[in-house]
Design a protein around this ligand. Structure first.
Ligand SMILES: Cc1cc2nc3c(=O)[nH]c(=O)nc-3n(C[C@H](O)[C@H](O)[C@H](O)COP(=O)(O)O)c2cc1C
Length: 197
């Protein structure tokens, strides 16, 4: 299978990098072809210009490459920290520019954008791994865990990805090395479950 792994975290050596690294290694060990994008290292420009909004616009070559890739893969793995209940801006901008009309979704004929679009992504499975410093119960009860609906419904579900799994690891700031090692093993087990060899 072909799988895209998209990482949005600015610090090499972060736990997010460790998660992405473990996911990439497990996928490769299982024989999959992996396209890994560390968006900060690639200096991805997240700002969607006006001229790129229309369905018929031709995006720049970097974005065009991402679009070709995301249309073609069988699976997607997203890794990022919880920043204000949202992905970091660099990843939000990747969504704005790459998950675009004609690539990831389209409206039916005669629908100017008010209806329910058809998902175009052929990827059947998406995994989202997040980290945070908020205990899970407070995240759910006080904040409503917005990342769950952002990824599951607003983005991946809308674009036709049917199998979705997400896990938020934390509290990172007070975690022990042994806890983090256990979380990485869980990432590995999850990848093995959804993308076996
Ligand atoms: C700009 C910013 C916003 C953040 N917002 C939240 C938040 O809303 N909730 C939360 O639990 N943690 C928040 N954090 C903490 C990060 O989620 C935390 O540092 C990260 O998950 C730890 O993973 P790492 O060790 O890979 O950096 C925020 C951090 C930054 C820098």
């Amino acid at each position: 299978m072909k799988v895209s792994v998209i990482l949005g975290h600015p610090q090499k050596g972060s736990f997010n990098h460790a998660i992405a690294g473990r996911a990439v290694k497990t996928l490769r060990d299982n024989g999959h072809r992996v396209y890994f994008h560390d968006l900060y290292s690639e200096n991805f420009n997240p700002v969607l210009p006006y001229g790129e909004i229309s369905r018929d616009a031709v995006p720049d070559t970097v974005v065009e490459g991402h679009c070709r890739e995301i249309s073609d893969v069988d699976g997607i793995v997203i890794v990022h920290p919880n920043w204000w209940g949202q992905p970091p801006a660099i990843l939000k901008g990747w969504v704005d520019r790459v998950i675009r009309p004609g690539v990831a979704y389209q409206f039916c004929e005669g629908d100017s954008g008010e209806g329910v679009p058809k998902g175009l992504l052929k990827a059947g499975t998406a995994l989202v791994f997040n980290t945070s410093n908020t205990p899970a119960q407070r995240e759910r009860e006080v904040f409503g865990d917005p990342l769950e609906s952002i990824w599951k419904s607003c983005i991946l579900g809308l674009c036709g990805v049917s199998a979705f799994y997400r896990k938020m690891y934390g509290v990172v700031v007070t975690s022990t090395g042994a806890e983090r090692e256990g979380w990485l093993k869980e990432v590995e087990d999850t990848v093995n479950q959804y993308f076996p060899g």
